[in-house]
Design a binder for this molecule. Structure first.
Ligand SMILES: [Zn+2]
Length: 280
């Protein structure tokens, strides 16, 4: 069986049900947070690929995700065995697959994980408690009693690189390993713009005011359902005063004297890379 070629830009078309005859496809299988994978080479991994559901027996129905360059993509939970089809199956936490998978397939793995997580968490109506059903024509679970509809949730989180001349602000959260610093981040609140969220988070976490907030880029962050939206902002006033709770330490850094920071797989790492490249 020919496995689709790896390193080229692909086009993904989402769908709820297959629109073409069943063909060999990608199977994004998860056992809890662990994805089931096969090897491409020593370093790279890929989803399982084949003409039929690789799971054994009476597994629950898979979710159809859509087509990646015409190749059908399925997501499903694994509770029992997956019979080995002549290749070694590796189970690995999705978080640790950054940089180990082709970019398009990694994004789809995040999509698959979020849809499975949503499906698992919305089996009952949040309003009246009745068991929900899948909508026939959209990705939603509907309550047959009261009609309440639940869609997969995406939670926006902002990230901000604050700069002061040729220095950038880096901060240490209690969740980070010793000596590790990153840019500021936080979740948007109901009724808040992303720019307002940037101003509030920076003020709350380090006591600074910012201006000239500019969009940088975004990255789906399926742990479990965030969308990271990254901004660049300029220091407008105030002295660093950490809250001691969400942030333990923060400071201004020059591009040639950075502490340990995130790698470029994450948008935080890409923001820092951008700053280093443009402020030498
Ligand atoms: Zn209901």
């Amino acid at each position: 069986m020919e496995i689709p070629d790896f390193e080229h830009q692909r086009r993904f078309e989402p769908a709820i049900v297959p629109t073409a005859p069943v063909a060999p496809g990608w199977w994004f299988l998860f056992r809890g947070r662990d994805m089931l994978l096969a090897r491409v080479d020593e370093r790279r991994l890929r989803p399982l690929y084949g003409p039929a559901d690789p799971r054994a027996g009476d597994a629950p129905a898979p979710h159809f995700l859509g087509y990646l360059d015409g190749v059908p993509c399925h997501a499903a939970e694994v509770t029992g065995d997956v019979p080995a089809a002549g290749e070694e199956i590796i189970e690995r936490n999705l978080y640790r697959l950054h940089g180990r998978m082709d970019t398009d397939l990694f994004l789809l793995a995040g999509r698959a994980y979020q849809i499975l997580e949503w499906d698992r968490n919305h089996r009952f109506c949040g309003r009246c408690g009745t068991p929900t059903e899948h909508a026939p024509d959209q990705r939603a679970r509907i309550c047959p009693r009261c009609g309440h509809t639940q869609f997969p949730r995406v939670t926006p989180a902002m990230m901000a690189l604050v700069r002061r001349g040729r220095e950038l602000l880096l901060a240490r959260s209690p969740r980070y390993p010793e000596g590790f610093y990153s840019v500021l981040a936080g979740f948007a609140e109901p009724g808040e713009t992303l720019e307002g969220c940037v101003r509030r988070e920076v003020r709350e976490e380090v006591g600074l005011e910012v201006r000239d907030i500019r969009y940088f880029g975004s990255q789906p962050w399926p742990f479990p359902h965030s969308l990271m939206v990254a901004f660049i902002a300029d220091h407008a006033g105030g002295e660093i005063r950490v809250d001691g709770d969400e942030i333990l330490d923060a400071g201004w850094y020059r591009p040639d004297a950075l502490p340990d920071v995130p790698g470029e797989m994450s948008i935080a790492g890409q923001l820092i890379r951008w700053f280093v490249d443009t402020h030498r």
